[in-house]
Design a protein around this ligand. Structure first.
Ligand code: URA
Length: 473
């Protein structure tokens, strides 16, 4: 009997080296014991002449390495033995083995492959990072996850690609993986208590989950199949499920009523909004520079991200940058911005204390000779840009949000929001913040005569005074 050491999760390449040596030495599967931490009995034999069999040249069907790789990730301690049994049989007179759909070994291998794939899929979907500060003061994102199988190693490249710009660690009971921005390192398993708990990132996920939750499509069974209860304890948004389910009927009725009240509105299927990008506000700003979520970046000069104190009490949300904002890379610096500054000052508000941003972060225009004429971003462009705005709100966590114009108001208060009827009134959001909507300063600039402009400006200042009052409450 030969004992061979094989660490689960180390993958096909590692196992193949061992399996080849076993084959070369003609050691049958029933004579091998695969052990997690065993000393390798094989190394001493390596110099021995192979008894008639040259395992290194043994040919296996192309699907075998793929199947074996998944089988080896299965948590059953028999996984390496099963893979070796298949290899032995394939190379000892049963080259068509994998096509035998009733063979016990094949049936088990395919079932394990499926189970590992499912587990990998769940890990991709349900890993949630929490921000912590490393010793150097920089953010590191740490996630805790409990996979059923040994899938950490095979998924590491996926997480590296996805979160290349962050430093992160994923801790699991059997293995940890760390990415420092340059290199992946694997370490031992960890304890749940080593992963950070509640923090702002959880709120961000909850905000996102609540915003994409569609009450009209509520199917509790399907939802719990997609997000099995086992994973709920590590998922911040899972805490929203019971209240969202309770509210679903009410929200669905409200949606139906709104549809009936606006029969001409086109009801196109809407693509889901993507989750907000991860990282701090500054990291998000850096990521947004290369945003390609829609085509608006192509003719624009640059992304115009929000600016202001990272934890401002008030967030102002406009529509989209204009010509001057596009050139300066800053929101509200053109004519509309100057009018806004005047109105804020008159209402007793200090712009430097506010976070100022837009619903859409790129200038959209139509070239007309030397001019670039402003064009309103369409619904798909607004939706593509939405994760940035959600991300900004989740990080800044303003107490008060001021929507300038209907694009911002409808983004936050729903497409049924009617600005001219509902301007100047406060709306409560689920995250505890309050939203008020008023006109966009460009609207005032377009009013036809001086008197209308004066009245419009006074009403705009009156709305902003409500913000000043609420700020001092
Ligand atoms: N209009 C907006 O909505 N935002 C700006 O930044 C400038 C003009």
């Amino acid at each position: 009997m030969r004992r061979v050491g094989f660490t689960p999760g180390t993958g096909y390449e590692e196992w193949r080296g061992i399996a080849r040596r076993l084959l070369r030495q003609g050691i049958a599967p029933e004579d091998v014991v695969w052990q997690r931490d065993a000393q390798d009995d094989l190394l001493a034999d390596e110099a021995m002449p192979a008894p008639g069999e040259n395992g290194s040249s043994a040919r296996v069907p192309r699907e075998f390495p793929v199947l074996a790789d998944s089988v080896l990730a299965h948590s059953d301690p028999q996984a390496p033995a099963l893979a070796y049994r298949l290899l032995w049989r394939l190379t000892h007179g049963e080259p068509g083995l994998l096509a035998l759909s009733t063979d016990d070994d094949v049936v088990r291998a395919k079932a394990w492959e499926k189970s590992v794939h499912r587990d990998a899929h769940k890990m991709k979907a349900f890993v949630r990072f929490r921000e912590v500060r490393a010793a150097d003061g920089e953010p590191v994102y740490v996630a805790w996850f409990e996979p059923d199988h040994h899938v950490v190693e095979r998924l590491a490249p996926f997480f590296v690609r996805r979160f290349a710009g962050m430093r992160w660690s994923i801790l699991t009971p059997y293995r940890s993986v760390h990415w420092d921005g340059h290199e992946t390192r694997f370490g031992p398993g960890a304890l749940r208590s080593q992963a950070p708990g509640d923090d702002a990132l959880e709120d961000l996920w909850r905000t996102y989950y609540a915003s994409v939750f569609n009450p009209a499509r509520l199917k509790v069974k399907a939802m719990t199949q997609q997000m099995p209860q086992k994973y709920w304890k590590n998922l911040p948004e899972a805490r929203l499920i019971p209240p969202l389910v309770r509210e679903a009927a009410l929200r669905r009725d409200a949606m139906v009523e709104q549809e009936l009240a606006t029969p001409n509105r086109r009801t196109r299927p809407r693509a889901a909004v993507e989750p907000p990008p991860s990282g701090s506000l500054d990291e998000m700003r850096a990521l947004a520079k290369d945003c390609r979520r829609c085509d608006l970046w192509k003719p624009a000069t640059q992304t115009v991200f929000g600016e202001g104190p990272a934890h401002a009490s008030v967030m102002l949300i406009g529509e989209q940058p204009g010509d001057q904002e596009d050139l300066a890379g800053k929101p509200f610096v053109g004519p509309a911005g100057r009018l806004l500054d005047r109105a804020l000052a008159e209402a007793g508000l200090d712009r430097s204390q506010m976070y100022v941003t837009n619903t859409v972060k790129h200038f959209k225009f139509e070239p007309r000779g030397k001019l670039r004429l402003h064009k309103r971003a369409d619904a798909a462009e607004q939706r593509a840009c939405r994760p940035w705005l959600d991300g900004e709100i989740a990080r800044v966590q303003p107490r008060l949000i001021v929507c300038l114009g209907s694009m911002a108001a409808q983004a936050l208060l729903g497409s049924g929001f009617r600005l001219l009827q509902e301007r100047g009134t406060w709306h409560q959001r689920e995250d505890g913040s309050r939203v008020i909507a008023t006109v966009h300063p460009s609207y005032l600039l377009r009013l036809p005569d001086a008197e209308a402009r004066e009245q419009g400006f006074a009403a705009f200042v009156a709305d902003l005074r409500r913000v000043a009052t609420a700020l001092n409450d």
